[in-house]
Design a protein around this ligand. Structure first.
Ligand code: GLV
Ligand code: MN
Ligand code: MN
Length: 413
């Protein structure tokens, strides 16, 4: 069996360093919130690198950024490869950047080797995959998949009051050289390289994960309303302490949901309390619940259980509760032919490979609803991600990008 052209590992590693410098944190991570000044810098750098190699730069109304490499027939639907450039506030250097820059490396490798493909291959950098600045996550790919913006998106604001429509408009304006293109559009296949963000590949000594699908995610926002009162004078019986109720709920969630099911994931990652003064009983607490499971039916069941538990706890603490969904993504299965191609390409290079499900959500989830999609995972040290210490060995980076390149050529024929 012959292997395709070798990617340029040094170039890819240098690119990862250059992008990690945009929004670099003192602890070695990245803070590049979606649609921020840093995100615009990263987008501009990607566009410049693409233009320098003769690729055409486009952006759609959701600020999804595309670099198109021409082919024999440029009117054919493209083969899309890519990921995202935004990060968590204390994010790592590889989450999203790896797949985006590996896609650029694939396009450049084809260019270096004078390979002409029948249909165009396009890099895509999706907007707001993370969702931590503006909900929901995977925003750009959702808008692409739906061909329209979701209801109520104009109301999204970040924790500083900046609005999603304003930040989107400013980001689009910051890249005037990108030609506009309509939302959505047909594609022949979608491939995304990403770090696993969990410990399975490393524990099993595998270099490549052939991803079979992605578990479902539901985000809930819980608001507990009590009564603001004096901390020193209010006896226990007169308190309607929103924080005391929230703490009881969170403790009960942690003690029940995951211990009862190894496949369930529940995280309370954000909590705000009002008014937030040392000697004032909190009148309102708002917290998030990130709930995940490979079974959509189980997510429904857990949501019902959580909602009734929240209202019972609120009532017994003299408070009111409101539970609102802020994101809901059903589990997805990837294309069997593409999964097989990823496995075959890893085998050809003698990279130990295993099939697996993704615990994290990705833009590929929405692309899988529209057409054939698959993902390639590489390990990250200790399975650590959404953390500034996120780390991937150079040989793992290069192996992942090589499999992306090989699989891209195989799919492109
Ligand atoms: C993606 O960032 C996720 O939270 O799974
Ligand atoms: Mn990611
Ligand atoms: Mn992420």
């Amino acid at each position: 069996m012959t292997c395709g052209p070798a990617i340029n590992g040094h170039r890819l590693l240098a690119r990862l360093d250059a992008f990690a410098a945009i929004g670099a944190t003192p602890a070695g991570g990245v803070n590049r919130p979606t649609l921020s000044v840093e995100d615009r810098k990263a987008r501009a750098l990607l566009a410049n690198l693409g233009t320098a190699r003769g690729f055409t730069v486009f952006q759609d109304a959701a600020a999804n950024l595309f670099l198109k490499r021409a082919s024999t027939d440029n009117d054919r639907p493209p083969l899309l490869i890519g990921s995202h450039l935004d990060s968590q506030p204390t994010g790592g250097r590889f989450d999203g950047a790896l797949g985006t820059l590996a896609a650029l490396e694939v396009l450049e490798t084809l260019e270096d080797n004078g390979i002409v493909t029948a249909g165009p291959i396009e890099l895509v950098a999706w907007t707001n995959e993370e969702g931590s600045r503006f909900s929901p996550g995977a925003f750009g790919s959702q808008v692409y998949a739906a061909g329209a913006f979701p209801a109520g998106w104009q109301d999204a604001v970040d924790s500083n009051g900046a609005s999603l429509p304003d930040e989107l408009a400013a980001t689009l304006k910051a890249l005037p050289e990108a030609a506009e293109r309509p939302l959505g559009g047909p594609f022949t296949a979608y491939l995304e390289l990403h770090i696993e963000q969990g410990p399975l590949l490393e524990r099993q000594g595998a270099l490549i994960g052939a991803v079979e699908g992605i578990q479902g995610t539901r985000w809930l926002e819980v608001t507990i309303t009590g009564q603001v009162a004096h901390a020193g004078t209010t006896p226990l019986v007169d308190r309607r302490d929103a924080m005391a109720v929230a703490v009881a709920i969170i403790a009960q969630l942690q003690a029940t949901v995951m211990p009862a099911d190894v496949n369930a994931r529940l995280t309370v990652g954000r909590l705000t309390l009002t008014p937030g003064a040392v000697n004032v009983i909190p009148g309102e607490v708002v917290f998030s619940i990130d709930l995940r499971h490979p079974s959509g039916a189980e997510i429904d069941r857990l949501e019902t259980e959580i909602t009734s538990m929240v209202s019972e706890a609120a009532e017994s603490g003299g408070c009111q509760a409101l539970v609102r969904r802020s994101m809901d993504v059903a589990p997805a299965r990837f294309d069997e032919r593409l999964i097989g191609i990823v496995e075959d390409m890893a085998k050809r290079r003698s990279f130990p490979c295993r099939r697996m499900f993704s615990g994290a959500f990705h833009d590929a989830l929405f692309m899988a609803r529209l057409g054939p999609a698959a993902m390639i995972f590489v390990p990250c040290r200790g399975g650590l991600s959404h953390n500034e210490a996120e780390y991937v060995e150079p040989h793992q980076i290069i192996a992942g990008a090589q499999v992306l390149c090989d699989a891209t050529l195989e799919v492109a024929g």
